[in-house]
Design a protein around this ligand. Structure first.
Ligand code: B3K
Ligand code: ZN
Length: 852
């Protein structure tokens, strides 16, 4: 067993006070010299060996207090026996050689398009030098970079530079995972920001020559983030410079290295011509997220990787608040819940389910999950509901005061809330330690009376078993409820009921008529709500609910019911649903973005989950067909209004990516998609030609692809953008995503045979292989050919880039939902991957857990 367990945690036996690093850069022979100023850790009694992590390092020299030392590294580090160490402070010096150009895993120091860059979280620093690579070892870093690149960057403040060298000093002690270095021929898009206390900060977004004009939105996003964190959390920036670098080859979205955030170029570069509205919003959110980490993650970091949600859950929560403030809370909440259900509920309901704070792992990179991130954020939202806005603010102030400069735990986090609010959170803490999505059943009772009737709401919770956790205790579940009277007026405004027992009843007295409840408003807890209500009541809530989230939710639930009946019983499209939704789409008093969201049908994967949950075996082809018929019916219902609606949503004037115009485009393009199902593609072809921004252009293209057209538009798109990696990723992706189920494998094979398909670039790989598994009906084609194709590619990628291969293997996590034939085919592919010689620890852990 190679697993690491939380229960084995011990503080490191030594402290590192100061680190001095010198890099002499060369693609195949970079020299890294390190001077570590260390001393025994007073928290650990006795004398201990010094164990340093290190992987793939060629040791050139080793000295202790200026004297050469003899020690031989093993596969994952270096041990210096206690007997060789003095009892007090000492200086350990190492020199190692590494080969950034040969680093295809994109972890540690690697090269991307001729530029040097790093990714150290979680355990990449050990691929750069020998070091205690764990987050509770915090040290001050001083870095000298030597190399022939014009720009040489590292963390902290610049201390001087000349031809071929630069020095950086980071005054804030930090764990090694926040170390970063970048070197290359880069251009800056610069600006400045003055903090609330008057500190002048130089801001730079560093890009490859030619990309300078794609930085304005990112720069605006930085400044908005800085201003917001000062205003809302009282947190100021703490260095003289804040640098962001755009890198093409990157395993994830971005990384919050102290003072030197490194971004996947896809998550920072944007112009109206190259990026869609959704991408603009995403970029703003990710920039905010990484910036907010400066306090929640960097100033206060995690004691160990089991505490990952301490920084990630909180930082996601903060970026969601930020985006809600800037772009509208109702729409933002709906989008976040859609994503939560699509990724986290899916994870929680399958073999990869794990607690928000796991207690063991094999490869920590496999735990950067929707559960740790998104459910981690949901838990904080619940805490805030339970302690109130004031309580939350006091708790956060206490958190920053008490733990600044520390590596903290979830227990520390909960204690802060207990101390600040006097509330006992022991039962609440189960949210962190127990996996699985609770289910809440709703029962209603009504007794009329002369002095007004009594309405009783009974809530029962169930906490289903998950891998390694067969039984679990009742959770504290905040259930926000409002009551409407039959006219649609709110008679009881939103109240938060606290469900803490397995079953609990809540009474509402003095009501004139039996109310219609609106339950789990704003999605106040990440649970599955089971409430047997009639189609008429759902339609009523869709028309009248005063809580925008629940209004959308009513339509969503209705769509799912209708779609489920169509798939399982061959039912026709429901009139209730059609007329209710059409009324909402026409309602000009509603935000266009909200109307566009309401028009979005449940995804095929979501429907498969819903059907499986209800005890059916989902048939992917039947879901695909029924969903198509549902769109056709909606198109027919709205047919006469579609052109007018599109016109009314026009956004004249210069392009703006703000929420208002983006919402109008979203509604217009949702209408275009329907129109395309009726007019043979005439409108979409015209829209494609007339488009002046990527949102409209791509929407028109996708509308055409969805109905089996768009060949010449694909060719035109390729012609226009073939030199642009980021835009071409979309071109690759949409073809795969919208291929007809029978044509999917051929489409992928045609695309991967192109010279511009490369495994070395994670964005390009994901554009194709991520879309392969996201094309639900095609991926789950009964032949099993798509399963085989994905497995082949994961095996190939694993040899180069285990992290991305492991992450993409989650395409198979839902395998137990499907029929015996499909299960057998997926199981066979998972076993084939598992038996591949030399498989990475990353992918081995994932397939092992999925096979169960
Ligand atoms: N902290 C990084 C993620 C690191 C992933 C390592 N496999 C980005 C973020 O969450 O902000
Ligand atoms: Zn993060």
């Amino acid at each position: 067993d190679t697993a690491v367990y939380l229960r084995d945690y011990q503080p490191f036996a030594h402290c590192v006070d100061q680190v001095e690093l010198t890099f002499r850069l060369a693609p195949n022979s970079t020299r890294v010299s390190a001077r570590l100023h260390m001393r025994p850790n007073p928290a650990r009694e006795g004398r201990h060996d010094l164990r340093l992590d290190g992987e793939g390092l060629r040791l050139i020299a080793l000295m202790l207090d200026g004297r050469p030392l003899d020690a031989t590294p093993d596969d994952n580090g270096l041990t210096i026996p206690a007997a060789d160490l003095p009892g007090g402070p000492f200086v350990l010096e190492t020199e190692v050689e590494i080969a950034p150009e040969a680093n295809t895993a994109l972890e540690g120091l690697y090269m991307s398009n001729g530029m040097y860059c790093t990714q150290c979280e979680a355990e990449g620093f050990r691929k750069i030098t020998f070091y205690p690579d764990r987050p509770d070892v915090m040290a001050r870093f001083r870095v000298r970079v030597e190399g022939d690149a014009p720009v040489l960057l590292s963390n902290g403040n610049p201390m001087g530079a000349g031809p071929g060298w630069a020095e950086w000093d980071d005054p804030w002690p930090k764990p090694a995972y926040l170390f970063a270095l970048v070197a290359g021929d880069l251009r800056a898009h610069g600006d400045t920001y003055t903090t609330a206390s008057g500190r002048q900060v130089a801001l730079n977004i560093w890009v490859r020559p030619g990309d300078e004009h794609r930085c304005q939105w990112g720069m605006d996003s930085i400044k908005r983030s800085m201003e917001w964190d000062e205003r809302v959390y009282g947190r100021e920036y703490d260095l003289d410079v804040f640098n962001i670098v755009a890198v093409d080859d990157f395993n994830m979205g971005a990384m919050e290295n102290k003072g030197l955030n490194i971004f996947n170029s896809k998550c920072v570069l944007a112009t109206p011509e190259t990026m869609t509205d959704d991408e603009f919003a995403r970029i703003e959110g990710i920039i905010a997220h990484e910036y907010f980490h400066n306090w929640t993650g960097n100033r206060i970091t995690c004691r160990d990787w089991f505490q990952l949600c301490l920084k990630e859950g909180l930082t996601v929560y903060r970026d969601q608040q930020f985006s809600g403030d800037l772009r509208g809370h109702a729409v933002k909440r709906i989008e976040d819940v859609l994503a939560l259900r699509a990724r986290q509920f899916r994870e929680d309901q399958g073999p990869l389910a794990h607690p928000v704070r796991p207690d063991s792992f094999v490869e920590i990179n496999n735990f950067y999950t929707a559960t740790v991130y998104e459910k981690g954020a949901e838990i904080i939202g619940m805490l805030k509901l339970l302690v109130g806005d004031d309580g939350y603010q006091r708790a956060l102030d206490l958190y920053f005061n008490r733990h600044d400069g520390q590596a903290a735990t979830i227990e520390d986090w909960l204690k802060v809330f207990e101390d600040a609010t006097g509330r006992d959170l022991s039962q609440f803490s189960r949210w962190y330690f127990e996996a699985g999505t609770p289910r809440v059943k709703v029962y209603e009772a009504w007794s009329p009376g002369a002095e007004g009737g009594v309405y009783t709401l009974t809530l029962a919770q169930e906490n289903p078993p998950t891998p390694d956790q067969p039984t679990k205790g009742a959770k504290v579940i905040p259930v926000a409820v409002g009551l409407l009277n039959p006219n649609g007026d709110e008679v009881v405004p939103t109240t938060v009921l606290e469900l803490t027992k397995p079953v609990e009843s809540f009474r509402f007295e003095g009501l004139a008529t039996r109310p219609v409840p609106s339950i789990l408003r704003g999605f106040s807890a990440p649970v599955v709500l089971e409430h047997d209500i009639s189609t008429e009541t759902r339609a009523f809530l869709l028309a009248h609910d005063t809580d925008p989230f629940n209004r959308w939710e009513a339509g969503r639930a209705l769509s799912k019911e209708v779609l489920a009946a169509m798939v399982a019983q061959g039912a026709p499209v429901s009139r209730h649903w059609l007329s209710g939704l059409a009324r909402l789409v026409r309602d000009e008093s509603l935000d266009p973005a909200f109307r566009a969201l309401a028009m979005r049908l449940p995804s095929e994967d979501d429907m498969a989950a819903t059907l499986a949950d209800a005890g059916h075996v989902p048939d992917p082809a039947a879901i695909h067909d029924a969903r198509g018929r549902m769109s056709d019916a909606l198109a027919a219902e709205l047919a006469p209004e579609l052109p007018g609606l599109r016109e009314a949503m026009a956004t004249p004037g210069p392009f703006s990516a703000e929420a208002g115009p983006a919402g109008r485009r979203a509604l217009a393009n949702a209408c275009l998609a329907l129109q395309t199902r009726l007019d043979g593609g005439t409108a979409a072809r015209a829209a494609f030609d007339a488009a002046t921004n990527m949102t409209d252009r791509l929407s028109a293209l996708v509308s055409l692809l969805t109905v089996g057209q768009g060949r010449s538009q694909l060719a035109a798109f390729e012609h226009d953008w073939q030199g642009d990696r980021l835009v071409m990723d979309k071109w690759f992706s949409v073809q795969v995503l919208h291929a007809l189920p029978d044509a999917l494998v051929d489409t992928v094979n045609r695309l991967t045979a192109r010279p511009d398909f490369t495994m070395g670039n994670p964005n390009r790989f994901r554009a194709v292989m991520g879309a392969l598994s996201a094309n639900h009906a095609g991926f789950h084609h009964a032949s099993g050919a798509a399963y085989r194709l994905l497995a082949d590619w994961l095996i190939r990628l694993d040899a180069k880039n285990p992290q991305t291969a492991a992450r993409m293997s989650t395409a198979f996590e839902t395998w137990r939902r499907y029929d015996a034939g499909r299960q057998e085919r997926i199981r066979a592919e998972l076993s084939r991957i598992a038996q591949t010689p030399g498989l990475s620890r990353d992918l081995a852990e994932m397939v092992g857990r999925m096979l169960g």
